[in-house]
Design a protein around this ligand. Structure first.
Ligand code: ATP
Ligand code: ATP
Ligand code: CA
Length: 219
């Protein structure tokens, strides 16, 4: 994968977690925070970490912010600082700017400024966890559209040892299993004779209703 260069403004819990993972994935990350302690904590993990106030244009210019592939504004609580830092990155010509929003209104302002991607970590994680709590087998999901979803479902005891033909999700509910993730490896595009074992992960594609019905049948 191509090595990308990221600048992260704000090294709170979200910014530091993001930076650490981007490093683990082999990228270069410059972290910026006005709090010296936050910068200290991450100086050994990130490519560079500097103490600076990101609402000062000169500061962003001097760290060469415009040369980065992507800038992430991970300031939340100080909405004014978030907005100022975001505008400055956009005006400096950073190709892609991503910003974290703490509220709907904050997100709407960021949208008007022309942010490429807005992230609502608390809101989105809340929604995700709610789905997982009401569906014990649901490990994760991607919404393809309003109607269609790809879901990862854990294989429960009641399906263990059964083939797809026995379980018949396509015939009974209309959803298809596109992969089965087993400890020994993943089966892509499984066929009728493939057998499920407890704790395998099924990757299921279908409408929300089809997947819900399948889940209800196996809880
Ligand atoms: P998180 O929810 O990610 O843990 P937090 O709640 O700890 O964040 P936020 O107020 O969202 O804190 O800010 C994240 C980081 O951004 C903090 O470490 C803060 O010091 C830093 N920060 C805030 N304003 C600026 C600024 N103007 N310049 C640089 N860093 C800033
Ligand atoms: P269909 O009636 O769906 O055309 P088929 O005649 O192609 O089935 P098989 O491919 O042998 O028959 O599959 C038998 C049954 O096993 C299917 O009806 C379906 O319910 C189930 N099945 C097989 N593969 C999958 C899959 N990948 N995902 C979901 N169900 C499957
Ligand atoms: Ca916070």
């Amino acid at each position: 994968m191509k090595v990308n260069q990221f600048v992260i403004i704000g090294l709170g819990r979200f910014g530091s977690s993001l930076g650490t993972e981007l490093m683990r994935l082999g990228n270069e990350v410059l972290g910026v925070d006005r709090d010296e302690e936050k910068v200290q904590d991450l100086s050994h993990i990130l490519t560079h970490a500097v103490v600076a106030d990101a609402t000062e244009e000169e500061v962003l210019r001097s760290i060469g912010a415009r040369n980065f592939d992507c800038g992430i504004v991970a300031i939340g609580d100080d909405v004014q600082a978030s907005i100022l830092a975001t505008i400055l990155l956009k005006d400096l010509g950073v190709k892609k700017v991503v910003a974290k929003a703490v509220s709907d209104l904050h997100g709407r302002v960021l949208e008007r400024i022309g942010v490429d991607r807005i992230i609502y970590p608390e809101r989105d994680m809340g929604i995700r966890v709610a789905h997982q709590l009401v569906s014990p087998n649901l490990l994760d999901y991607i919404e393809l559209s309003q109607q269609y979803t790809i879901a990862e479902l854990a294989v429960p005891q009641c399906l263990s040892g059964k083939s797809l033909d026995d379980v018949n999700p396509r015939g009974r509910f209309g959803c298809s299993i596109v992969a089965i993730n087993k400890p020994k490896g993943i089966i892509i595009a499984p066929v009728a004779k493939d057998v499920l074992t407890i704790d395998d992960v099924m990757v299921v594609i279908g409408t929300n209703v089809q997947i819900e019905q399948f889940q209800d049948s196996i809880r």
